[in-house]
Design a binder for this molecule. Structure first.
Ligand code: NAD
Length: 765
């Protein structure tokens, strides 16, 4: 024990440990079974769950078998009807009860979480648990409002939910609360390293009197997760690594199961010269040294403007040296234990490779002794291609690079396959918001980082996945609507290519593809015959050319909605003036109306300002994907084309459209209307031909950011499967839609043409 004068000189913290007793008592003597149909099952084959800070076993937990998963899904199925039938107000009561019970057991939850995961008690107590509670309160509200606010929607039914180990209770809350609020029942699989707070939550479900089978929890590893993905569920919601997300995308392809994926990230943390550097240094602490860096949206790549790079790096190193690594239950610990030895090995392996590739590591030596501890680290002197800049480390090690201009900052920031989050530091609001608009990320924090709230949508772009959690946008992920109630589509008859070149000596009347604003012969030179016409037989190369042309037309995504509306009104007028040239006659009048309809929306489907529990305006902006594929329906060759393609471009996308295979003529003839209506070249590209093959090329293409497929089942299935490459969101519909009716101008077209970017801007702080 130091003397008082020594203590005053050292100014060091004394130990302030939280007692683990409350959690150890709760765990005492019980191996855990699953929580199915309102009670715990008898433990089956079990595995050990250990405290990563000590290596000491905490509990034995059951490895869920296929049969266990099937039993849980059957329980959820049996409960689904009754739960969905309750009024929103009745469901809200249960969610409030869960929130309150969780609040009453805050301390137990926090201690158990820290023991199980290794995270500092300060974080589990002040962040994880309160945010989880907030999530249940917020969604109790949504349960109350769902019928009013989402008319025409219904719950999916049974949702399978798979979560990672980094925020075990919080991820449970993010999954379970909106699902229940929307009227779904769930089977949740927690991560194998950290299932304990989920099992404690199961007890709350009993205490709250939640109807049996509404929440089911099956523990186990990836095999249990795979069984859940394969089970008879209506939706899978997954949070975890991009690799597993890809496997799940392929496994669910064509099954009709809805899917949302919250995956990994490699988020930039951008510091401009005019930033408040001390605040930004503190920001790094919260960005990458929070939760041992095991945060999907961690600011793991610092980009700092050259003129302040040295000062910033020095201050950062000084701050890093002051971080306290140690016992997660000690209230003065900043960095606790990494979740598991295997994760520690992964961190070390990437850092070693980064050093081998030339990076310089600044880090205190790894501590000896038990427990998986990793001191905070900083990697400097590395290039953009260094493994530490490209791979998610998922540990407390951050990279630092400098940049000169804002343009270079954006280029480096977007130089990743991910698109989860970004943090921007500048006292200049113009710079900050300009960069916010340019970074490809689902969440952007201005002069802040790692801010979360149930009222703010969270989720990724690109290979960080699709779907949002939280707020109104997150509710939509747990609701669906039955708009396409028609017959299952059949694949069109196989087409047979005609010889290359003009037919006979007559004037060549063969129509052309429309690519980059010009009529183009297909690359192969072939055409095929449809009743009354010869039409171009497009192929893979034509799709690739069209994608390239669409990329060049990026200006369209940047102009205002007003500008786009003007162009679309002009287009509608021109279509109207040329109505007589178009067929089928029974579709023309409505196609014109529809063009005016989507023109009207071009400047109105805007975002929201969300109320969150902090001093920010939280903007949920609707951004176009960029380049999209639209495989238009076989039926309604004109009306279906206009109904599907125009909302996509009204929202600012550039489209590669595959028209009806058996009658592409009306779509191909539209190119003249596009030409005369100031639609910039490359905004709409039309490639006719074998739709199965063309769809596959679009689905595989890494530079196509989203895909809609209105086609037969087999084409839909392969589109979903092949989209796993860049994890583009795919909207498939194998049943016919009533294009002439309300379903032909549903709000779904707008919703599926945009992705939400959540921007947190300090306000009133
Ligand atoms: P992981 O993908 O290995 O595991 C996540 C979950 O999936 C676990 O429950 C695991 O048991 C299960 N699983 C594993 N294989 C499976 C399979 N084949 N089929 C079905 N389920 C399977 O990821 P992890 O290592 O637990 O978590 C870290 C990853 O999660 C990081 O990449 C991180 O970025 C990501 N993450 C993302 C978010 C987000 O919201 N975007 C949030 C937290 C974590």
């Amino acid at each position: 024990m130091p003397t008082i004068s020594e203590a005053l000189t050292l100014m060091d913290y004394g130990p302030a440990p939280e007692s683990p007793a409350i959690a150890l008592d709760w765990l005492k003597g019980r191996p855990f079974g699953h929580f199915i149909n309102g009670s715990f099952t008898k433990p089956g084959e079990t595995f050990a769950v250990a405290n990563p800070a000590t290596g000491v076993e905490l509990a034995q937990v059951t490895q869920g078998s296929d049969a266990d998963v099937a039993t849980a899904v059957a329980a959820a199925r049996a409960a689904a009807k009754g739960w969905a039938k309750l009024s929103g107000g009745q469901r809200a009561r249960y969610l409030y009860a869960l929130a309150r019970l969780m609040q009453k057991r805050e301390r137990l939850f926090a201690v158990l979480e820290s023991l199980d995961n290794g995270k500092p008690i300060r974080e589990s107590r002040d962040i994880d648990v309160p945010l989880a509670v907030r999530h249940f309160y917020h969604h109790a509200g949504w349960a109350e409002l769902v019928a009013d606010e989402f008319p025409g929607h219904r719950p999916h039914g049974v949702c399978g939910q798979i979560i990672p180990w980094n925020f075990p209770l919080l991820m449970l809350a993010w999954k379970v609360a909106p699902a229940l609020a929307a009227g779904n029942t769930v089977v949740l699989k927690p991560a194998e390293y950290t299932p304990l707070t989920a099992l404690l939550f199961a007890e709350l479900c009993i205490e709250a009197g939640l109807p049996k089978g509404v929440v089911n929890i099956v523990t186990g590893d990836g095999r249990t997760g795979a069984a859940l993905v394969a089970a008879e569920v209506d939706k899978i919601a997954f949070t975890g690594s991009t690799d597993v997300g890809r496997i799940i995308r392929q496994a669910t392809a064509g099954s009709g199961k809805a899917l949302t994926l919250e995956l990994g990230g490699k988020s930039p943390f951008i510091v401009f010269a005019e930033a408040d550097l001390d605040a930004a240094v503190e920001g790094v602490v919260d960005a990458i040294w929070f939760n041992q860096g095991e945060v999907c949206c961690a600011g793991s790549r610092i980009l700092v403007q050259e003129q302040v790079a040295e000062t910033f790096t020095n201050r950062l190193k000084a701050r890093m040296a002051k971080l306290r690594l140690g016992d997660p239950l000690d209230k003065s610990t900043d960095i606790g234990a990494v979740v598991h030895d295997s994760q520690l090995d992964r961190i070390r392996s990437i850092v070693d490779q980064a050093i081998a590739q030339g990076a310089v590591l600044h880090q205190a030596p790894l501590p000896n002794g038990p427990g998986s501890f990793c001191p905070p680290g900083l990697l400097t002197d590395l290039g953009a291609a260094n493994i530490a800049n490209t791979e998610e480390i998922f540990g407390p090690v951050v990279t630092l690079m400098s940049f000169r201009t804002p343009g270079e900052a954006v280029e480096l920031a977007n130089n990743t396959r991910y698109g989860l989050a970004a943090s921007i530091w500048s006292e200049n609001i113009t710079t900050a918001l300009d960069i916010a608009a340019q970074v490809k990320a689902g969440v952007v924090w201005i002069n802040g980082t790692n801010l979360f709230d149930a009222g703010a949508p969270f989720g990724g772009m690109r290979e960080s996945g699709f779907g949002r959690e939280g707020a109104r946008e997150g509710m939509l992920a747990y609701l669906t609507r039955d708009e396409a109630g028609g017959k299952e589509r059949k694949a069109p008859d196989a087409l047979s290519p005609l010889p290359a070149g003009p037919a006979g000596d007559a004037v060549d009347r063969t129509r052309k593809l429309y690519i980059g604003g010009a009529q183009k012969r297909p690359d192969g030179g072939y055409s095929y015959a449809v009743p009354g016409a010869q039409v171009p037989l497009g192929g893979r190369k034509d799709i690739r050319n069209a994608v390239e042309a669409a990329h060049k037309a990026s200006g369209w995504s940047k102009v205002t909605g007003h500008n786009r509306a003007q162009v679309l009104y002009f287009l509608a007028e021109n279509l109207s003036a040329r109505a007589r040239d178009f067929a089928p006659k029974d579709e023309v009048a409505q196609a014109i109306e529809r063009a005016f309809y989507w023109a009207a929306w071009a400047d109105k489907y805007d975002g929201k300002v969300h109320a969150t529990a902090s001093a920010h305006v939280t903007l949920a902006l609707k951004e176009p994907f960029g380049v999209m594929g639209v495989v238009c329906p076989e039926e309604a060759p004109l009306l279906g084309f206009v109904s599907a393609v125009l909302p996509a471009i009204a929202m600012g996308n550039r489209v590669i459209a595959v028209p009806s295979q058996s009658n592409p003529v009306p779509a191909l003839d539209l190119c003249q209307v596009f030409d005369t209506s100031d639609v910039p070249g490359g905004v709409v590209n039309i490639v006719s031909g074998p739709r199965g093959e063309l769809t596959e090329t679009l689905a595989r293409h890494d530079d196509v950011a989203a895909l809609w497929v209105f086609a037969d089942k087999a084409t839909c299935q392969s589109a979903e499967k092949l989209s796993a490459g860049n994890l583009k969101p795919v909207w498939i519909e194998s049943r016919q839609r009533d294009w002439a009716g309300a379903a032909g101008q549903s709000r779904e077209f707008l919703r599926k043409a945009v992705q939400v970017k959540t921007v947190w801007v300090p306000y009133g702080a």
